[in-house]
Design a protein around this ligand. Sequence first.
Ligand code: PLP
Length: 405
Amino acid sequence: MIEATARPVPEYLGEVERFSAHNYHPLPVVLDRGEGVWVWDVEGNRYLDMLSAYSALNQGHRHPEIIEAARAQLDRLTLTSRAFHNDQMGPFLAELCEATGFERALPMNTGAEAVETALKTVRKWAYEVKGVPPDQAEIIVCENNFHGRTTTIVGFSSEEQYRSGFGPFTPGFRMVPYGDADALETAIGPNTAGFLVEPLQGEGGVVVPPEGYLRRARALCDEHRVALMADEIQTGLGRTGRLFCSEWEDVRPDLLIVGKALGGGVYPVSAVIADSEFMDVFHPGDHGSTFGGNPLGAAVGRASLRVILDEDLPARADRLGSAFMSRLRGIDSPHIREVRGRGLLIGVVVEDSSGTARPFCEALKERGILAKETHEQVIRFAPPLVIDEETLDFAFEQVRDVLTA
Ligand SMILES: *Cc1c(COP(=O)(O)O)cnc(C)c1O
C-alpha cells in the first residue's frame, strides 16, 4: 500500500539527520504502518518486527483490544493531573496489584521515571523505617546495568559512553559485578538501603545470571534488611516466559519496577509496585508526575495487562522461545559464539570481521526481518509475544541463512 504522499526514503532520513539530535543510529528503514508482528515501510515493504520496541510491544502493534480501550478513553477524558481523581487510575492500580500480588502501585510514565521513583522510595524507607542516618543511604547496583537515561541513573552506569560528559553525578551508589552474589554480600554495609537489579540484563546484551543468583540476592537482602528492587521494565509482562522474570527463581522483590509493555505499544505507562511498608513513606507533595496515572494511560495500562493475562502471553513466550532458541543453537555457523536468553528474549552473540552485529542486522532487514544489535556484538531477538510458529519459522530461516552465508 503506497501512500500518494510518501516521499523517497532518503528524504525522511535526511530530515532526521538535519533536524534531530544525533543520539541514535537507526537502521535506514522508515515505517508508516504496523499490525500484530508486522510493520510496513513507506515503500510498502513488509517486515517482521523482531525488536518490539525493546519489549514495549509484547502484545504486538495496535492490538485491537488496546486500541479500542484507548479510543474509548480518548472520547471521554484524557488528563486530569493528580490534583483531581479520575475513574481509571483506581481500577488500573487495583488490577496491577491483583496481578502481581502486591499491596500498592505508584503510576509513572517512562521506565526511567519508575526507576527514579523506586530509588526515592528506598532511600526514604531507609531513613524512616530502617533507621539509616540522614543522607547516608547506599544503593547497590550491578555492572553492565541498564536502568534508563536520567542523570542519576547514568551516573551509576558502567557504560562509559552513557556517563561521559554528563557529570557530576548523584552520590550514594555502589557497583558490584552482575551475577556474583558473594560480591553483593561483601558490598552490603549498615547503610545499605537497597539493591537494584535486572533479573536478566536486556540492554547489557541479554545476559542471563547464574542459576540461584537472584535467590541468593533475595536471601542476603532479607538477612541484612536491604530492599530488593527488580527492574522488570524489559523482562516483565511475559517477555521471558513468566509474567515476571524473577519468578524463574521464585523470587518476590520488595519493589517491582514495570514499564514498556504496560503501555501496550500505545502510550508510555510505568509503575513501581510494592507493599505498604515501602509505599507508605510517601505523603502528599513528596513525589509526583503531571501525567502519571492519567486516565488515558490508565485505560491503556488496564487493557495492556488484560491482554497479557487473557492470552497467556507468558506461556506462549516460554513455549515458542524455547523452541526458537534451541533451533538457533543448532545453527552451524562460524559467526555464532553463543545463543542465550529466556522465553522470547534471545541474544545471539556473533563474531564478524567488523566486530559488530550490525552487518547481520542490515542483512536481515534486506530479508524482511527487523532486529537491532545491542552491545555491538549481540543480535537481540524479541518479537511481539503474539507471534505464531509459522512466522517464527520464517524468522528462523532468514536468521540461519544470514548467519551461514
Ligand atoms: C528500557 C529500560 C528502562 C528505561 O525505560 P524508558 O522508558 O526508556 O525510560 C529501564 N530499565 C530497563 C531494564 C529497560 O530495559
